[in-house]
Design a protein around this ligand. Structure first.
Ligand code: GDD
Ligand code: MN
Length: 376
């Protein structure tokens, strides 16, 4: 070791708390958040890590400017990636702090409870402290009825399905001990928005938690990224946590999209026959084509969002998708007829055909249409 490398540290300065903040287009919130954190965490050894997915508004550049002059500020700048949960995970993996907090950049999470959260987490035996809206002293602020209802419904669903006893498992505001996080990290789904729920449901041991109430504030600047796809991701995560041991999540998503595709197919068939007055073969052909385009479209935005095809690649992808699925249909009919010919009951024959077709379509399109991007 060279004599100049500083290996000795002053233990009183040792890093204690890391605040991980996922960002996408949050440039206008960064300064205010850092200002508030500096105020409330005064006297502690802390750092804040912004994990930015290459926001078009230049959030990462802005954080870098701050980080040059303020060593408490760091940035993880991810390219060609999207996702709140995976951003939080990578932020938490990038720090040496023993206590890890996660909070949003838009100041909706009340930073003033951070010291109280840290104090609770320091208690022996406590693994996790959750900022909770659904307990006395907390609240959702000014949400409209429909968002309140959706949030409550999703909360109840996860409590039932995943047997999670947190009052606010959907909270994006929490603090966890490093060892508790590391225990769960290899088992995470890391999909979508609900990182806390993911950690709690993935942990091999039951985590001891404390809840601290806070009121969800109004967004400071910019806009929310919560959209319909977040709901899909959420349902997929529930599926992954219950069925995922047996089936890959992308297959569950692909299958669910296929199920919707069948409905579209039947609707088009019905309309073409009864409203359009077409011949059956013609109507069925039309229905197959529409259902294929529908399936391709939905899989592209839901199942393979992280590899979403755009522009001319979209059209090329559609062509490959249709070719692959045409072969899948041949396999489907082949297997079903073969079984039926062997005296098998029509329903089992039909379902076996569907299963073979589904597996073929899933496998072939995963390789041909949405291949893995990463090289090694
Ligand atoms: N890096 C990264 N990548 N960050 C993201 C992404 C992404 O794909 N999507 C969103 N973010 C960041 C936002 O920039 C923000 O800092 C934070 O994640 C939360 O996003 P919002 O768009 O503000 O979400 P919300 O306010 O609707 O939802 C929040 O509250 C929910 C409670 O109902 C989140 O904290 C949810 O996790 C929480 O469940
Ligand atoms: Mn928000």
């Amino acid at each position: 070791m060279s004599p100049s490398s500083p290996t000795a540290v002053d233990a009183s300065q040792a890093l204690e708390l890391a605040v991980v903040v996922p960002t996408f287009n949050e440039r206008a919130n960064v300064d205010e958040l850092v200002r508030r954190l500096s105020e409330v965490l005064q006297g502690l050894a802390w750092e804040v890590i912004f994990v930015d997915d290459d926001s078009p508004d230049g959030t990462a550049d802005h954080v870098r400017e701050l980080a040059r002059v303020n060593p408490r500020v760091r940035v993880v700048h991810r390219i060609q990636r999207r996702g709140l949960s995976s951003a939080c995970i990578e932020g938490m993996m990038s720090t040496a702090a023993p206590f890890l907090a996660v909070m949003d950049a838009d100041l909706q999470h009340d930073e003033r409870i951070l010291p109280q959260m840290l104090q609770a987490l320091r208690e022996p035996g406590c693994d996790l402290v959750v900022g909770t809206r659904y307990m006395e002293g907390g609240g959702v602020g000014e949400w409209d009825e429909s968002r309140q209802f959706t949030s409550r419904f999703a909360t109840a669903l996860s409590q039932r399905l995943l047997k999670v006893s947190l009052r606010d498992p959907m909270s994006g505001f929490f603090m966890i001990r490093r060892d508790a996080f590391h225990g769960a990290v290899h088992h995470l789904s890391s999909m979508g928005f609900k990182i806390l729920l993911d950690i709690v449901a993935s942990s091999p041991r039951k985590l001891n938690f404390t809840e601290v109430p806070y009121t969800f504030g109004l967004r400071h600047a910019g806009e929310s990224k919560l959209d319909a796809r977040v709901a899909w991701d959420y349902l997929l995560m529930l599926a992954d946590k219950t069925l995922g041991r047996y089936i890959p999540t992308s297959l569950i998503s692909f299958g669910a999209v296929g199920g919707l595709g069948v409905l579209v197919h039947l609707m088009v068939l019905f309309l073409a026959l009864n409203v359009g007055g077409r011949e059956f073969a013609q109507a069925q052909t039309l229905a197959v084509l529409v259902a294929m385009v529908f399936n391709f479209f939905l899989n592209n935005v839901l199942t393979y969002r992280d590899k979403q095809l755009k522009g001319w690649q979209w059209w090329w992808g559609l062509a490959k998708f249709m070719a692959a699925c045409a072969l899948g249909a041949v396999a489907n009919v082949g297997v079903a007829s073969w079984m039926h010919g062997g005296g098998e009951y029509w329903l089992w024959s039909g379902l076996a055909g569907i299963l073979v077709g589904l597996m073929w379509n899933y496998g072939a399109t995963a390789i041909l249409v949405w291949p893995q991007r990463r090289k090694a």
